[in-house]
Design a protein around this ligand. Sequence first.
Ligand SMILES: [Zn+2]
Ligand SMILES: [Zn+2]
Length: 183
Amino acid sequence: MTPRVVEIVPLNISDKDLMSAIAAEITRIFPFQCRVGATERLPTELLDEKRGQYHATRILEHLAASDRTSFRILGVTTLDIFTPILRYVFGEAMLEGRAALVSTYRLGIAPLRDDSPPSNRSVFVSRVLKECIHELGHTFGLTHCDDPTCVMVASLDMTHIDTKSSQLCYYCNIMLKDELNRN
Ligand SMILES: [Zn+2]
Ligand SMILES: [Zn+2]
């Protein structure tokens, strides 16, 4: 059987250390291999010129339509993303689908420079990791969780993200295992 691989696709971002950290976190939580693809530039037609933001759902469709063989695709971008009903989103995913997306745009103390204090960087990285696990969780059918410490709780602002842990709660873990056993 070919190993099931999650592919991280850096979109308009070139932070290799961040991509490695995400890959390590994915393999810690999910029983899959993870690889980081080459950085891609998003087609400019995915930009909504009036809003100056990229359309998250259309990016997901763009990722899912690619001819990659990996069974899950996680796009990670520095660009600001939105869905039509929300001013902005930290991420978006196809529920039980193939593609997930996380934007670092609003997760930092951006722009992060090389001389940023490590604490800023570690807070930023921790937020990105949680959002990546959260969005990938949706692709395995996990919905929003009521447990405020679970990584699958809905995060509407940065405080929510900083409060929750990077772990799936007991119940989300069981649901993930059930889903993986089915497929
Ligand atoms: Zn969510
Ligand atoms: Zn949970």
